[in-house]
Design a protein around this ligand. Structure first.
Ligand code: AMP
Length: 115
């Protein structure tokens, strides 16, 4: 399902600025504007997928690609001691921007369970 344009579509289209750390044909990664850890990067598909609840089998290669990119970025920014990967889905999942995105959080010790 396509969605109404979000702030992330505007970042993809360069209508608003972001600190982009990686881009390819299928995805974009940029620094979170309100970081919750010393490293806080968002990895998003260029395809306008609302959330994890919307994906189907045809999105499997794209979802895999997003995780491979996230893993490479984690290596590049020096997160060898570990990191937290978060994918919030829907209102109860704490999702605020209706464009699927992985959070990559690192350079601090994470707690469990999350709030
Ligand atoms: P979520 O709550 O999982 O939907 O996460 C949305 C994230 O997007 C939050 O961590 C926000 O700080 C971040 N965010 C919102 N607007 C921007 C923006 N213009 N540039 C970078 N990150 C943003």
């Amino acid at each position: 399902m396509n969605h109404e344009p979000t702030v992330f579509d505007k970042i993809i289209n360069r209508e608003i600025p972001a600190e982009i750390v990686y881009e390819d044909e299928h995805c974009l990664a940029f620094k979170d504007i309100n970081p919750q850890a010393p490293v806080h990067i968002l990895v998003i598909p260029k395809k306008p997928i609302v959330s994890l609840a919307e994906i189907d089998e045809q999105d499997a290669p794209l979802m895999g690609h997003l995780l491979v990119v996230l893993s490479k970025i984690a290596r590049q920014v020096g997160l060898e001691s570990g990191y937290r990967t978060v994918l919030n889905t829907g209102p109860d999942g704490g999702q605020e921007v209706n464009h699927l995105h992985f959070h990559l959080l690192g350079k601090r010790s994470m707690k469990w369970p999350p709030g």
